[in-house]
Design a protein around this ligand. Sequence first.
Ligand code: APR
Length: 252
Amino acid sequence: MELEKLLGEHVQERLATAERFAALTGAGVSAESGVATFRDPNGLWAQFRPEELASMQGFLANPERVWQWYQYRRHVIESVRPNPAHFALAQLETLVPDWTLITQNVDRLHHRAGSRRVLELHGNLEENHCSRCGTPYRQEIDADAPAPPRCPACGGLIRPSVVWFGEMLPADVLADAERAAHRAEVFFVIGTSAEVYPAAALPLMAWERGATLIEINPTATHLSTIVHAAIRQPAGVAMPALVELIAALRQR
Ligand code: APR
């Protein structure tokens, strides 16, 4: 009852009848899996300088340091599991006719939880490519190697296939994400501070076109003033309850 009261009649009506749904997720969705967020008080950017570790400049200045940081992040991801928020989103995909999950996360926990249609705006930690010629690097990565391998094609340094600060997002993925935001009737913003563009523009695009915007985040963001409903709970708690309600509303 608490959730239904919080959402209100109008939002529940849209959850019951809308055809086109989309979601933008951020690091907060993986927090309950034990993966550090970026901007929370104990987040990754509280301990490290993003420009030193998540930029081409930082990589070229000290390839070993950046490579080792991503080896550490890969090790963290291998040791964690999707949490109920990831599984709830995978279930939601089966409940609605038109679903797009847009994520800023590079941990692939949405995939491991069973989500099929996932747009990775910022790449992922599993893939690597040559920083010079761009050739994908598909050889086995030595988890303990302190330095990046060299590209077999040109000898350039191999880098993780994540989008670094100052870099363009994959154009095709961004175009698909913008299309989904333009079409969405319901748009969930889950576990993101919504501070990094162009990802943060997506909820605004949906809202401007009349989508019902629902924020799931224990703390407010600058989107909070325009959302139609805000669930101030951890995603691992809120998402299973929200998906259960949506299933019930759509069966009536
Ligand atoms: N459930 C839901 N939300 C949570 C939880 C949780 N359990 N724990 C924290 N949050 C929220 C925080 O309140 C914050 O608003 O998740 C958000 C995390 O924000 P950031 O750390 O800024 O992460 P994100 O929004 O994903 O960052 C976007 O910035 O550094 C770059 O490329 C990186 O993809 C990342 C991008």
